[in-house]
Design a protein around this ligand. Structure first.
Ligand SMILES: [Mn+2]
Length: 340
């Protein structure tokens, strides 16, 4: 029975603001029939897991569901239950009643085709990001303290009673990936408790980790070898650089997303505060990505070069030779650290 939650479940709050938001979402589910479930472009594990998890949950409630994303499912999430529902075309989308936007709080993150007020009559957002657009949806389920959007969906799913194994696998994927396998600073007691409940339902942690992290195309490791060979450090040792040159990708049957996460190797070096990855765009242009260990606000660093982002992850574009770019960045970082 929806509405009251399971009293024996320690993470289900039946009062409070989040419970009221979840109740309002349940009402929306009761009132409408056809739901479009969508998440941000270049979807990560939380975006894919929450999209498929919610789609399956809504189908279990007898609803018609369309799953849409501008971009494909990354290869390492194709094993998730419900992945065959993933569509990248907008055909028939005018028939939906409610658009549910997951893992982002602003319409711009859905892609160019997304109409400002969604498809259908109503728009609902379920999200855990700090930034959000207050007038874009009719209903928000938001908690910026949640480790993943999947955490919010776990609370929703638990209100409907027993969670199916297919939904549970998707929600586990959300929590596992957004916490960096329970390593990042958002890894909370609640995240562990939810993961524990999902394991109780039957999710196998090793199956999940091996599918998501140990199922790499050989080309990805070959590319990683080439990229790691470019590792260099600033003279102060606080900045590490990696380069992805066009010629490294040539001859490899790879997509852009195969370099995803490489930059973390550079950040993991003792003494490094900021990792930087330069990716060749052509015409002397380089895409520069930054990852901070936490002390340096890399959004401020990126802004010096016309870019932006978050405290720990940001980027910009620079037109210069890579050696000149690395020199400029070293100087900019020293300026930033000396001001602090
Ligand atoms: Mn997320």
């Amino acid at each position: 029975m929806a509405g009251e939650g399971r009293s024996d479940n320690p993470v289900i709050d039946t009062n409070g603001e989040l419970a009221a938001q979840l109740k309002a979402f349940e009402k929306l589910v009761e009132e409408y029939d056809h739901f479009l479930v969508v998440a941000h472009t270049t979807p990560d594990g939380d975006a894919v897991g929450s999209t498929l998890g919610l789609a399956l949950l809504l189908e279990e409630q007898g609803k018609e569901v369309t799953v849409y994303n501008r971009d494909p499912i990354p290869y390492n999430f194709e094993f998730l239950p419900g992945a065959e529902k993933w569509r990248q075309d907008l055909e028939g989308i005018e028939a939906v009643d409610v658009t549910v936007v997951l893992d982002c709080g602003t319409p711009g993150r859905i892609g160019e085709d997304f109409p400002k007020h969604g498809w259908g009559e109503k728009v609902a957002v379920i999200d855990h990001h700090e930034t959000w657009d207050k007038d874009f949806a009719d209903l928000y389920v938001r908690d910026a303290t949640a480790a993943a959007t999947g955490e919010l969906l776990y609370r929703l799913a638990a209100r409907y009673g027993d969670i199916s194994l297919d939904v549970a696998k998707n929600l586990y994927c959300c929590v596992m990936t957004d916490t960096g396998s329970f390593r990042y600073s958002n890894t909370s007691r609640t995240a562990f408790r939810i993961a524990g409940e999902l394991v109780e339902i039957g999710v196998e942690p090793w199956e999940m980790t091996s599918e998501v992290y140990e199922n790499e195309p050989r080309e990805r490791l070959e590319l990683l070898c080439r990229v790691l060979a470019t590792l260099s450090m600033s003279s102060c040792g606080r900045l590490a650089f990696l380069r992805v040159e066009k010629k490294m990708v040539e001859g490899l049957d790879v997509d852009e997303d195969l370099t995803d996460g490489f930059i973390n190797y550079a950040r993991s070096i003792q003494g490094v505060e900021v990792a930087t990855q330069l990716r060749e765009r052509g015409g002397g242009q380089w895409r520069v990505s930054f990852r901070s260990r936490g002390t340096v606000n890399v959004a401020a660093l990126a802004e010096k070069f016309g870019g932006g982002g978050h405290h720990n992850a940001a980027g910009c574009e620079i037109k210069a030779s890579p050696d000149v770019i690395e020199e400029k960045l070293s100087q900019a970082l020293v300026d930033l650290l000396d001001v602090d």
